[in-house]
Ligand binder design. Structure first.
Ligand code: AMP
Ligand code: MG
Length: 406
């Protein structure tokens, strides 16, 4: 058995970052910028009003109050989307709407709530305003030449908005990985009545979901029989269009475990027994520059193996610096016993914040075929080799519901 960290190091040392390309903003969510983004335009492009009200010369409002308002002649109206044509002269005001450009001559805005219509095209101003009041200056957010986001930034929704604001329609990013998901096993069916010995393929929908959830393009490769040449051909076909492939099943030491052999035929196999429970067997291989993760068949093992090896490796390929789920210190709600066996145990737990600290409780049967307990979990309690932890003891929990922090 090899330690978890050693296997991870080997895998993360093998995978290569994908190429960069330009991607329309609508397809760029979650991708990583490949270069520094520098503003080519000012945001906002012109000085404009932050309020609905009146554009004025601040000096004209001196001494204004509700008791002794200042009367100004309203010479124009300026909605957002129009360029100003009329300037504001002494004793004048322009009715202006949020986002409209500041007209010439005006240096402040009085919000409409501090004014009162005076009839015959005039307005009474109840408040004295200083120069710049309610004015959003040109380039107040970004100026041309500003570094907007450094290379390596993960694009969230607000980042996409910022890119749009500086006129970028296609974001320079590291390409999104395309990852195939293949189930293996003669016993698997997708639909219909179960014949004796058959079970339903649960790994494929789960793994497709885990891939998609990580912001990666998931490709359904279906299910292959336990036949080395079928698995090999399916993998070869998949690598014609995929950057990586995940298989499940066929990687333990049973007589029908052909995935290892198939990977070895088309690439370099590193078959490993990792010192963890669940998910001990892992058939990792490289087919040229592209990884194939032969995940274990038991659904819980498949998920844990994906989380520990495939997810961070795939995020690394997509240029993510932070690719590991956060680990939080929690308190065990009850004893979590285990036996010393040289492995790190990863128990499926529900972790909740209560009275200022995280509390972790197992979500049910911890056998590696019991997926329902995993579905109810939002974390993996990390139980180092030994006897486990007692009730109230500290226990580290990897959050499966939080993206990545390191
Ligand atoms: P294997 O490593 O192929 O022997 O599979 C280990 C266990 O996982 C067996 O009980 C398989 O039936 C089960 N298994 C394998 N693949 C799947 C799958 N796609 N969905 C559900 N169970 C599976
Ligand atoms: Mg099998």
């Amino acid at each position: 058995m090899i330690s978890l960290s050693e296997v991870q190091e080997r895998i993360f040392g093998s995978v290569r970052r994908l190429e960069s390309c330009e991607v329309p903003l609508r397809d760029a969510l979650g991708l990583v910028t490949a270069v520094d983004i520098v503003a080519g335009e000012a945001v906002p492009p012109f000085a404009n009003t932050a309020m609905d009200g009146y554009a004025v010369r601040a000096g004209d409002t001196e001494g204004a109050s509700p008791g002794s308002p200042v009367r100004l002649a309203v010479v124009a109206e300026l909605p957002a989307g129009m360029g100003p044509t009329t300037p504001v002269g002494p004793g004048e005001a322009i009715r202006i709407m949020t986002g409209a450009p500041m007209p010439g001559g005006a240096d402040a805005v009085v919000m409409v709530e501090r004014t009162e219509p005076a009839g015959d095209g005039a307005v009474l101003v109840h408040e004295a305003v200083g120069a710049g009041t309610h004015v959003r200056p040109a380039a107040g957010d970004l100026a041309p030449g500003d570094l907007v986001f450094p290379a390596g930034t993960v694009l969230g929704p607000a980042h996409l908005g910022v890119l749009a604001s500086i006129g970028i329609r296609d974001a320079p990013v590291v390409r999104r990985a395309r990852v195939g998901v293949l189930s293996t096993g003669d016993e698997l069916i997708e639909q219909g009545t179960l014949a004796p010995g058959q079970i339903r393929d649960s790994n494929r929908p789960m793994l497709l979901g885990l891939v998609a959830d990580a912001g990666i393009e998931a490709v359904d490769l279906g299910s292959a029989r336990d036949d080395e040449s079928i698995i090999r051909r399916t993998l070869e076909d998949a690598f014609a269009s995929c950057d990586a492939v995940l298989t499940s099943g066929g990687v333990s030491v049973g007589d029908y475990d052909y995935v290892k052999a198939a990977i070895d035929r088309i690439g370099r196999l590193e078959w490993q027994q990792v010192a963890i429970k669940p998910a001990k067997p892992l058939a990792f291989g490289m087919v040229g520059e592209r990884p194939v993760f032969g995940l274990p068949g038991n659904p819980v093992s498949s998920l844990v193996s994906f989380e520990l090896f495939a997810r961070p490796a795939l995020l690394q390929m997509m240029g993510h610096e932070r690719r590991f789920r956060p680990v939080v210190p929690a308190m065990a709600e009850h004893a979590m016993h285990r036996k010393p066996d040289g492995k790190l145990h990863l128990d499926r737990v529900r972790v909740e914040l209560r009275a200022g600290s995280f509390r972790a409780a197992r979500t049910g049967d911890q056998a590696s075929n019991v997926l329902s307990a995993t579905a109810a979990a939002n974390g993996l309690a990390l139980l180092p080799d030994g006897d486990g932890v007692a009730e109230g003891d500290p226990v580290d929990v990897m959050r499966l519901d939080w993206p990545a922090d390191h």
